[in-house]
Write a protein that binds this ligand. Sequence first.
Ligand SMILES: C[S@@+](CC[C@H](N)C(=O)[O-])C[C@H]1O[C@@H](n2cnc3c(N)ncnc32)[C@H](O)[C@@H]1O
Length: 224
Amino acid sequence: MSRPDESDPLLTEQIAYYRAIAPEYEDHTIPGPGEDELIAAIDAFQPTGDVLELACGPGAWTERLLYHATSVTAVDAAPEMLARAKARVGEDRVRFIQADLFAWAPDRRYDVVFFSSWISHVPLDRFGAFWSFVADCLRPAGRVFFIDDAYRTPDELIAGESSSTIRRRLNDGTAYRAVKVPHRPADLEDRLRRLGWRVTVTATSGPCYWGQGMLDRSRGQGGG
Ligand SMILES: C[S@@+](CC[C@H](N)C(=O)[O-])C[C@H]1O[C@@H](n2cnc3c(N)ncnc32)[C@H](O)[C@@H]1O
């Protein structure tokens, strides 16, 4: 595993939260329709070739990616999540890597980078660096697909609506702080366009949105 970035206590706590919540992850699924729309969008996108999945969690989307991909490299910081993903999809065509995405660098390039419920957990002041990292993970004509939501309950907003620091609880009440940036599709598209990405972001009929596109390599580095 690459050395974790422990310089930001909030991001360290966010990893601790996901390690602790791994066994009960599905209990905290956000309510609302739209999952079938996300599946249809992924199938239409066709994540073929070698796919890098960031923050794979317990592997639900890894399984879907394997319908299309030749191989999937699935990265997550939580060994408990990786163990669940491994148990779910096996290791045939899948390479699992335990790593902190704020400290990890890829050892190869990919046709597709995919991430679900991850971009909202990247602090805005790391947004540009993160997308620069995504660009470094992609082959020249590589594509990106992501899923997320802006769902935050009043109870979670411990620092107010304008803050991206929230509090989440396990079933036993244990509290952790985490990052949740409530991106809106149009703003996210604009933010990405300014970094040189051609990405369309589409809202489902429920709380989620998905984005798909690629870096406009004629325009620069992809991370500002
Ligand atoms: C909301 S879950 C998403 C899981 C999965 N992609 C899904 O959609 O169900 C966020 C995931 O990010 C992982 N994670 C949190 N901080 C991380 C970090 N710094 N580096 C890598 N993974 C991280 C957690 O372990 C967790 O599996």
